[in-house]
Design a protein around this ligand. Structure first.
Ligand code: GAR
Length: 211
């Protein structure tokens, strides 16, 4: 059976979605760069092996990346899933795991890479926002896109209400993307990802709806 390692930094709700999805893959370990990440306890409760690599002990980025790669390689995972892993990884690390490193991001990339995506989306007045699962490249929050989910912004939305609706969709699309990967259905061609047997009907999302 194929295996994955999940990297987290905090709450761990996307990690939990991956756990709950009963994927055709073994979760070999959950690794956090922060000792107090709440997701670590959730992983332990589910019986998964956890590891902490405290980023404070590694002021030099390359040293942290090397230590992280050593831990990961011991598990020989097919995929490394970043699930709210809020540390920028260096080029060497990203290239080492090219095509095997996935991330979920709370915006419709390439719009709103980085932090505070929901507040920025509201400030820009976008009518459609969402989330993206993509393969990781050395450019932060960029890389071949596997799946996206769109949500409408609503009158009266706050950062919190919008974030909650987007997070719900993250929990749908991340397990789906990982499942496709494990089933061998993803092919990266340049900056595009072909998903074999995926259903797309060309439908259009209006926000607000047309009357
Ligand atoms: C999620 O919204 C995820 O998309 C985001 O951090 C949150 C982690 O929540 N990741 C990024 O912004 C990556 N650039 P979680 O710990 O509950 O999964």
């Amino acid at each position: 059976m194929k295996s994955l390692v999940i990297l987290i930094s905090g709450r761990g709700s996307n990690m939990e979605a991956l756990i709950d999805a009963k994927l055709p893959a073994r979760i070999a370990a959950v690794i956090s760069n922060k000792p107090d990440a709440a997701g670590l306890e959730i992983a332990r409760v589910h019986g998964f092996e956890t590891k902490v690599l405290n980023q404070r002990s590694y002021p030099v980025r390359e040293a942290f990346d090397t230590a992280l790669a050593e831990i990961i390689d011991a598990y020989e995972p097919d995929l490394i899933a970043l699930a709210g892993f809020m540390r920028i990884l260096g080029d060497d690390f990203v290239n080492r795991y090219c095509g095997k490193l996935m991330n979920v991001h709370p915006s419709l990339l390439p719009a709103f890479p980085g932090l505070d995506t929901h507040a920025r989306a509201l400030k820009e007045g976008v009518k459609i926002h969402g989330c993206t699962v993509h393969f990781v490249t050395s450019q932060v929050d960029h890389g071949p896109i596997i799946i996206q989910a769109a949500v409408q912004t609503l009158p009266g939305d706050t950062e919190e209400t919008l974030a909650a609706r987007v997070l719900q969709q993250e929990h749908h699309i991340y397990p789906e993307a990982v499942r496709w990967f494990m089933e061998g259905r993803l092919k990266i061609s340049g900056n595009r990802v072909e998903v074999s047997n995926a259903v797309a009907d060309g439908s259009i999302l209006y926000s607000p709806e047309l009357s």
